[in-house]
Design a protein around this ligand. Structure first.
Ligand code: SAM
Length: 292
């Protein structure tokens, strides 16, 4: 084996040049070979000069990962590109799985670098304000590789736990029922008016944003290029902005200049009756078990 090869697993962000990180740009520019899904190669076209380009189809991730490993073992610096972040429903995991299958251990050649990118959750959220300000999760509705039963269980758990939810791969030409079923599960836990943003092609040509709610979301176009952001029970619309409060209003008065709690008092347990220590104490007090 020639040695000296390197695999760069690069997330190029939503698709606009200004949202590509400097490291992602350098990694792509410095590679001998760039491998990616056809549409993604087009999105990074301005960075492609002397590199050999290998384009593959959408369902050819395994072939793509095997090719990356083969070329890196032959001594090449190879970038494999994913939209958003390569570690979020991207190529990172699969490349490692192919390497491990071939007996690769951490520290062995080829070297591997995972270059982070802005994932669709962040880019889509930024276009509608601050919807992800509190605990959130991502769920892919694609059941090509994951049994529907598992996906439905996760939707149910996220809905019950009041997570803000970002749905990836919400609907395609053939997968149309998953989003309907997901809405049904969510409506069993959340109000019909729960804010929902449908963000298509964030920061790309064709960007489209629909502001709607849980009950009406299916009245609008949702496709493979859409991320669906679903608010939690506190999320509200302020004009075009979807805002999820962080919880400051429990302790602060956002309308006044001078807070009643002084800085030294703000982390005091008695001012956080909702925190673990205090809820335990209050429960024990109620049961008469507090010992002074
Ligand atoms: C295979 S996943 C790739 C996710 C990607 N690795 C990421 O971190 O954003 C494809 C899904 O990501 C979402 N997505 C990716 N780029 C997007 C964009 N620019 N605008 C809206 N959604 C996007 C869509 O839900 C799409 O179906």
């Amino acid at each position: 084996m020639p040695g000296g090869g390197k695999i760069l697993i690069v997330g190029f962000g939503p698709g606009s040049e200004e949202h590509l990180t400097q490291r992602a740009r350098d990694a792509i520019v410095e590679s001998d070979v760039v491998i990616g899904y056809n549409t993604y190669i087009k999105l990074i076209q301005p960075l492609l000069t002397q590199q050999e380009i290998i384009r593959t189809g959408m369902t050819e991730e395994v072939v793509r990962a095997q090719k990356v490993v083969e070329l890196a073992k032959d001594g090449h610096a190879v970038s494999v590109i994913s939209s958003g972040d390569a570690g979020v429903y991207g190529m990172a995991g699969l490349v490692f799985e192919v390497l491990i299958e071939q007996g690769w251990q951490q520290g062995d050649e080829p070297q591997v670098e995972v270059v982070p990118g802005i994932s669709a959750t962040q880019s889509c959220a930024s276009l509608v304000g601050a919807p992800i300000m509190h605990d959130a999760c991502t769920i892919s509705l694609s059941d090509h590789l994951t049994p529907w039963e598992v996906i439905a269980r996760r939707v149910e758990a996220a809905a019950a736990a009041d997570f803000v939810i970002a749905l990836y791969n919400p609907r395609s030409g053939r997968r149309t029922r998953q989003i309907v079923e997901t809405q049904r599960i969510l409506l069993a836990h959340r109000a019909a008016e729960t804010p929902v943003a449908l963000v298509k092609s964030a920061y790309r040509d064709g960007q489209r944003i629909v502001r709607t709610n849980l009950a009406d979301m299916l009245d609008h176009e949702i496709g493979m290029l859409t991320t669906v952001l679903i608010g939690n029970s506190m999320t509200f619309w302020h004009g075009d902005l979807m805002i999820t409060p962080r919880g400051y209003q429990r302790k602060y008065d956002l309308a006044v200049d001078e807070q009643s709690l002084q800085p030294g008092e703000r982390l005091h347990s008695k001012n956080e009756p909702w925190a673990l220590e205090m809820t335990k104490r209050l429960a024990e007090e109620a049961l008469g078990r507090v010992q002074e």
